[in-house]
Design a protein around this ligand. Structure first.
Ligand SMILES: Nc1ncnc2c1ncn2[C@@H]1O[C@H](COP(=O)(O)OP(=O)(O)OP(=O)(O)O)[C@@H](O)[C@H]1O
Length: 651
């Protein structure tokens, strides 16, 4: 029989620190007793961890897909934080089955040998004392280090595990970081253990926000030592101020863990719901001081508006014609004026521009302005479907035209668009053979479906688009010359977003659309708008829309900040900025992150690292500033002391 947990821990105490060894020791001993007496596990058997079959694993993952979607953020972040130190990260369900595994290519073989693999079951009943299993039984974080594992074959491993609870207090999973060949000293795990707990809490908070998103949500930073500010608690209330839900750790503090009594906000804090909402509207993004009536403690809060049912979407761009584009750039305006004159003149219109610059949106606007605006607008992206399918997609096919054809045949895009507008995106990707048939549609106004002998009359406007150099393709024999000349009559070039003088208006418009869809009301501070307008946006308006959609989704405050934007945008070196076609030089493209980090650093230095003062100068709460410092890797000169204080606070 191997040594008891207490033996291996002898002399390992560091008073009150993050490891809280004393309570761990009692819990480990209780777990060992369970392993021996209840589960009757033989510590010497070298049984491998039970692994779910692929089908079982898929079922389990499907069952908890919404949890997994939200938990990804925490799993990914923890993995980024610990993988280079030789750790793998597991997320298990509430029974200990691994539903997410992130390893490290150079170590995965060894991890696999030790049972760290998707589907592996780490319950106490199967493995005895281990990080995941014991965290599940105790419903509390735990570090199980080397010989503290019950089975001998797990002895070299160190496991830091923290349970994740759902909004109803139910245990939904466990986040765990493990390494083999860990140093003997269990204190070496302090930082990883801390990171596991932080990320588990972040997942738990995200679950709470998702579950309560249709209510007002107060995010509350704990008072006291600044290092506890990294922890944010949540409270959801309805329009009348009735408290609907409180996140677990706040409940433990405010209601001593008791069931949530039916209370209104003003029974707990010195402000009513109406006053809070008013204040949040007056100073979007600014922290709101909030005093707890029971103990006089002062909190810092941010208010997040409910996500309401999306309002009816504005009329489609097709119906609104060019108004939908809300363009103010002189070149775009000139193109609009010119194109209006050629619409409905039996001319094929060709739109040029980089990917995401709005060619399809422009084509829809052309359709919306045309006499055919009540008829269909049909789009086909020639680059997005296999060459072999373009023909049938475009021209349709008759019954029995080829094996697998639907019994009744099918109409092609050309026939579907008849009477309206056909938009052929990426026309440069159309195979040569089909270009001939397209020319027939354009020249004769007729189409022959696959397998048909008789041509069919069609009457439509055609708008094509490409980002390729069609003239060069003609020279290379890849594009038909006659089709090129047919397309080359009415050509309009859409500028890249970075070249547009109205990019601030475009940013505002796309943000308004995204806010309307999400049912949110968020401010866009001038400084952030400035930074977004200065970014190069190589993916143009599509990239902008996705970045704004992401920022709106992750923003817990009342105002967007640079830290809300996707990491890729923050760190990617933007594409070089060409000289604007108008001769106006667009602002130098910069990495948004670089500016965000510099701004925070400058304010921190100016305020002599006084976090409250710097947070106020940047216009965010202290907790938000801490999160950003963490994200940008900014460490205060006195961080080591602060880390220790942080650790002590938890126990
Ligand atoms: N003027 C505009 N105002 C607001 N959103 C726009 C505007 N133009 C384009 N968008 C949005 O930008 C995204 C990309 O637009 P679109 O698909 O028209 O680009 P594209 O040039 O056709 O791209 P690709 O060449 O890759 O097919 C879409 O989400 C669209 O709604």
């Amino acid at each position: 029989m191997q040594g008891r947990p207490g033996d291996s821990l002898a002399g390992g105490h560091f008073a009150g620190g993050v490891l809280s060894l004393l309570s761990n020791e009692e819990r480990l001993q209780a777990s060992w007793r369970r392993s021996e007496e209840r589960y009757r596990i033989d510590p010497d058997t070298r049984a491998k961890a039970r692994v779910l079959s692929a089908a079982e694993c898929r079922d389990v993952r499907e069952h908890m897909s919404s949890f997994l979607r939200i938990a990804q953020l925490g799993v990914t972040r923890l993995h980024e934080q610990v993988r280079d130190s030789g750790y793998c990260v597991l997320l298990t369900n509430g029974q200990g089955a691994t539903v997410e595994f992130r390893g490290n290519p150079s170590l995965d073989g060894e991890f696999r040998r030790r049972g760290f693999i998707l589907g592996a079951c780490w319950s106490e009943g199967e493995e005895g004392t281990c990080g995941v299993g014991t965290a599940i039984v105790d419903r509390a974080p735990i570090l199980v280090h080397r010989e503290e594992h019950f089975r001998n074959h797990n002895n070299g491993i160190t496991c830091s595990a923290a349970p994740v609870f759902g909004p109803e207090d139910e245990l939904v999973g466990v986040l765990n970081a493990s390494a083999f060949a860990a140093p003997e000293n269990r204190n070496s795990q302090a930082v990883v253990y801390r990171l596991v707990q932080q990320n588990a809490l972040a997942i738990e908070n995200a679950l709470f926000v998702e579950a309560c998103k249709s209510a007002w949500i107060l995010s509350i930073s704990a008072p006291g030592d600044c290092w506890s500010l990294g922890e944010v608690h949540f409270l959801a209330f309805d329009d009348g101020g009735q408290i609907l839900a409180v996140s677990r750790r706040l409940r433990a503090g405010l209601f001593a863990g008791a069931a949530l009594p039916s209370r209104r906000l003003e029974d707990i804090f010195d402000q009513s719901a109406v006053a809070l909402v008013k204040r949040a509207h007056e100073r979007p993004g600014a922290p709101i001081p909030l005093r707890c009536l029971a103990n006089g403690l002062l909190f810092e809060a941010q208010l997040r508006a409910p996500v309401r049912e999306a309002p009816p979407r504005p009329a489609t761009s097709a119906r609104r014609g060019f108004d939908a584009l809300a363009a103010e750039d002189p070149r775009v305006l000139e193109s609009i004026e010119r194109v209006k004159r050629v619409v409905d003149r039996k001319l094929t219109i060709l739109l040029l521009g980089e990917t995401g610059s709005g060619k399809e949106a422009f084509a829809k606007a052309i359709h919306g302005h045309s006499q055919r605006c009540d008829k269909p607008f049909v789009a086909l992206n020639c680059a997005a479907i296999p060459e072999s399918l373009i023909e049938s997609e475009l021209f349709g096919y008759k019954e029995g035209a080829f094996t697998g054809a639907k019994v009744k045949g099918a109409k092609g895009k050309v026939q579907q668009a008849s009477g309206g507008t056909l938009f052929l995106d990426e026309i440069g990707d159309m195979p040569l053979a089909l270009q001939t048939r397209l020319l027939r549609v354009l020249a004769e106004g007729e189409v022959v479906a696959l397998g048909a002998s008789e041509p069919e009359k069609v009457d439509l406007n055609v708008v094509c688009a490409t980002h390729r150099d069609l003239a060069a393709m003609v020279r290379a024999g890849l594009f038909r010359e006659d089709l090129f000349y047919r397309l080359n009559a009415a050509v309009f070039r859409l500028p890249a977003l970075r070249e547009r003088s109205d990019r601030r208006e475009v940013i505002r418009q796309v943000l308004d659309e995204e806010l309307a869809t999400a049912g949110r009301a968020l401010a866009l501070p001038e400084g952030v708008l400035e930074q977004l307008a200065a970014y190069a946006w190589p993916g143009n308006i599509r990239e902008l829309r996705n970045a704004l959609r992401f920022a709106v989704a992750v923003c817990d405050d009342n105002a967007l900040a640079l830290a809300h934007f996707p990491e890729s945008l923050m760190v990617a070196a933007p594409a070089p900025v060409p000289q604007s076609l108008t001769g106006e030089a667009p602002p130098a493209a910069r990495s948004i992150a670089a500016d965000g980090r510099e701004q925070i650093l400058a304010e921190l230095r100016r305020c002599h690292w006084n976090i409250s003062a710097a947070a106020e100068a940047v216009g965010v709460s202290r907790s938000t500033l801490y999160r950003r410092m963490q994200r940008f890797g900014i460490v205060a000169p006195n961080a080591a002391d602060a880390m220790e204080a942080h650790a002590r606070l938890d126990h």
